[in-house]
Design a protein around this ligand. Sequence first.
Ligand SMILES: CC(C)(COP(=O)(O)OP(=O)(O)OC[C@H]1O[C@@H](n2cnc3c(N)ncnc32)[C@H](O)[C@@H]1OP(=O)(O)O)[C@@H](O)C(=O)NCCC(=O)NCCS
Length: 243
Amino acid sequence: VTRPGPLTDRKLERGWPAATKTRFRAATAADIDAIAPLAELAGAPFEQQLRDGIADGTAGAGLRTCLRDGHDAYTRYMAQRFTEHQRDNPILAYTHAALVLVAEHRDTGVVGALIAYPPLTAAAQIVDRMKQAGYDERERYKTILGAGMFLTRIKAVAVAEHARGHNLGGSLLKRAKQVYDQCHYEIIYGAMPEGRGLDAFYDRAGFTVHDPGTPLDLFVMFGRDTMIWPGPGERLFSRQRPH
Ligand SMILES: CC(C)(COP(=O)(O)OP(=O)(O)OC[C@H]1O[C@@H](n2cnc3c(N)ncnc32)[C@H](O)[C@@H]1OP(=O)(O)O)[C@@H](O)C(=O)NCCC(=O)NCCS
């Protein structure tokens, strides 16, 4: 068995061909209109900030730096982005770690999309709690930086109805895992609506589907009582990077 070599930024741009005449690749500005209805299918937001980031190339620029120049270069790149945003809101730097993938069919165009980025809301809540507990600004900054390079969230994965059942959704998840694994993200997680049969989908893609009402425990990362809870009617799924 030959193991695939490390992924490169050019590969992410050009994409992976698949048997179904479909290519998986990083989204560009030309894909934004096709991604919006797919995000809606998944019940996920497709924020203006992320659209702007895709259009101007900042979305995922950190991940591409990692695939091109290695993990040390990535750490340096992200630290610079967090510092740049320190005055307004350092969490804005998370856009540079966003991954937006599309599945493009040779004849019918974009038929699937995946959106992932480190968890903005969870990070904001964690640093709020730290502030209340008396942690100084430096500690909070380190936590935001650490969280944005340790933890990422699948916000949306969706495939157009006519193209479902051909493993396109599964392949989008597989490629997202490949990118974030190479960039040393420890945990990839997301939330899905309960009782729509999606547990089989995420289970097959190598995620653990948590029981309803059960949180994701981030003690390993933060060394204190930090949980991410599912919203009402949701279940979390998560996966740890293999070592
Ligand atoms: C979930 C989704 C992305 C799967 O795309 P796909 O390309 O068909 O996925 P795959 O071919 O890799 O896997 C299909 C498997 O997913 C599961 N699955 C997906 N959607 C399902 C649904 N609505 N009901 C039941 N099972 C579903 C099934 O196990 C299915 O296996 P089967 O083909 O053996 O029945 C697609 O159904 C979709 O876009 N749904 C609407 C958006 C959504 O719910 N996204 C997830 C939000 S968290």
